[in-house]
Design a protein around this ligand. Structure first.
Ligand code: AKG
Ligand code: FE2
Length: 516
């Protein structure tokens, strides 16, 4: 008991002074925390205000889209954990709980990074230009921080993609060199970079980077071990070959030029067809269009529906015949179709025969939904117009498929008709897909063209226009020249609506012929 000796109470008094000092320090820390929190709130508020003035335009920039998803999946949870300690968070928690379905998820985060990488590949964009926000079709754009670049690299690393890991970790280092307050630790970047270089077989560069890491953190045990390991491997290699391996002289350029398609899953992406697809998407004339001087534009009056307002037909290719009809759908129709389809949009899935599961298809990245004629006279009118335009019967036609492609959204090369060997071939009463009408319901600032790999045709989305072609030869066989794809959307959002006509009931309208 302290009351019996004043000496001890005196001690307590001194402790009280200490306590006050600690309390002061604690309050300072808390005030600093609250100041950070206030700044965050101000930033979020300002950001949301500027962005909401034109969200479609803002999100049309793939870097912005990535950064928004990152704010929800990385920055916000991190800030919450670091900065919010008090128990007065009921309101905040309730808000977040009520919004879980609209909060971007970890999947969205990885998806937005994969989309940026896809765009980088297809459109041959330099890493540095993406990080600087310099993307075709975009006027003002944010810069990516070293941490953003690091995150790109980290996700690629987790997917076993060394090629892109190296590109983005190198970019993270470059950005870091310019940053005043560092957004990521240099040693973390070096750690990933060196390991990716090693896995890719670029031992000398891996060694250089590991050395740089050790200069920063001499006591890094794993790095020390790695360095020894690399040195041994290099010594062994030099002994065996007496010379350095070609393409590995310790320079970064050689490292990233190594085969980027080691990954087996990416085999198709290394094929000539895929290369053609990507080149066409970039607008390169790799496949010459046949007889360009014979391609003309004309008005068509071939149905009473078009007597007063004729079709504006542009022939894009004669063999196979591909035409574009301008101003075929008006703004009111487009808005109504988007509005009706929006609540139904679901990610395209494919059936995996090995697992029996429905999976998201990598080759087709978009959301789609179907609209029936009976739902609205406007939808029925669209069908009638397609029938008048193509002179085909509607009895076997599919419903209207509405598709929205987001950042990096695409549909890799395919045919619209089904091959006999395919188990999901169409029902007997309907037959195969004889003709495609694809309506474009948005302009797309950059990317998003429909390209035909054999015909060399590139159709750029133009709001209200439609492309039309026959998928089947008069013999009923699939026309292999109709192979086509939807290029990844680089900037903007792409909406299309597909109408597929089928073989049956067209016997007198598009009769089969003896010749192919
Ligand atoms: O969206 C495009 O440009 C093409 C879509 C397509 O080919 C399809 O849905 O079958
Ligand atoms: Fe298609």
């Amino acid at each position: 008991d302290q009351f019996t000796a004043l000496v001890e109470l005196e001690q307590a008094l001194r402790v009280e002074g200490e306590l006050a000092k600690h309390l002061e320090a604690y309050i300072n820390l808390e005030e600093a925390r609250l100041a950070q929190l206030r700044q965050l709130a101000t930033e979020m508020d300002e950001h949301s205000r500027t962005v909401l003035s034109d969200p479609v335009k803002y999100l049309g920039n793939p870097v912005n889209a990535f950064l928004v998803v990152k704010r929800f999946t990385v920055d916000w949870p991190d800030a919450k954990q670091r900065l919010i300690h008090s128990r007065n968070t009921d309101d905040l928690d309730a808000l977040q709980a009520s919004m879980t379905s609209s909060f971007p998820s970890e999947d969205d985060y990885v998806g937005s990074i994969e989309a940026l990488i896809r765009l980088q590949d297809t459109y041959a964009l330099e890493t540095h230009r993406i990080a600087e926000g310099k993307i075709p079709g975009v006027k003002v754009s944010p810069k990516m921080s070293a941490f953003d670049c690091f995150e790109m690299g980290r996700v690629m690393y987790n997917e076993g993609d060394q090629y892109h890991t190296i590109l983005w970790m190198q970019e993270a280092l470059d950005q870091l060199a310019q940053e005043e307050s560092k957004s990521v630790e240099e040693e973390s970047v070096l750690d990933y970079l060196s390991y990716a270089l090693y896995v890719q077989g670029n031992l000398r560069h891996a060694r250089n980077i590991t050395q740089r890491l050790l200069d920063l953190v001499p006591e890094h045990t794993r790095a020390q071990n790695n360095l020894n390991h690399y040195n041994q491997l290099i010594a062994k290699e030099e002994q065996e070959e007496g010379v350095r391996k070609k393409g590995d002289d310790g320079a970064l350029k050689d490292a990233i030029m190594n085969d980027r398609f080691l990954n087996e899953e990416d085999q198709y992406r290394a094929s000539p067809e895929f290369q053609t697809y990507e080149a066409l998407c970039r607008g390169e004339d790799v496949v010459p269009v046949k007889d360009p001087h014979k391609l003309t534009c004309q008005y068509r009056f071939w149905h009473p529906m078009f007597y007063i307002n004729p079709l504006r037909e542009e022939t894009a290719s004669l063999e196979p015949w591909i035409a574009v009809y301008h101003q075929l759908m008006n703004d009111h129709e487009i808005e109504r179709i988007k509005e009706m389809a929006t609540p139904r949009l679901a990610r395209a899935t494919v059936h995996n025969s090995a697992t029996g599961q429905l999976e998201h298809a990598k080759y087709r990245i978009s959301k789609s939904g179907w609209l029936r004629d009976e739902e609205d006279p406007l939808i029925a009118r669209i069908s009638e117009r397609c029938s008048a335009l193509t002179n085909l019967s509607l009895t076997t036609v599919e419903e209207l498929q509405v598709v929205n492609y987001g950042i990096g959204g695409q549909y890799e090369p395919h045919f619209d008709f089904s091959r006999r060997s395919e188990p999901t071939a169409f029902e007997k009463w309907r037959g195969n897909r004889i003709l495609t009408v694809i309506y474009y319901m948005t302009d797309v600032e950059a990317g998003g063209a429909t390209v035909f790999l054999d015909a060399g045709v590139k159709v750029y989305p133009e709001k209200g226009s439609a492309a039309v072609w026959h998928n089947l030869l008069p013999s009923g066989e699939g026309d292999m020249r109709t192979r086509h794809a939807a290029c990844p959307v680089l900037t903007g959002s792409k909406w299309v609506a597909n109408k597929w006509f089928h073989e049956r009931d067209q016997e007198f309208r598009r009769p089969c012929e003896l010749e192919k």
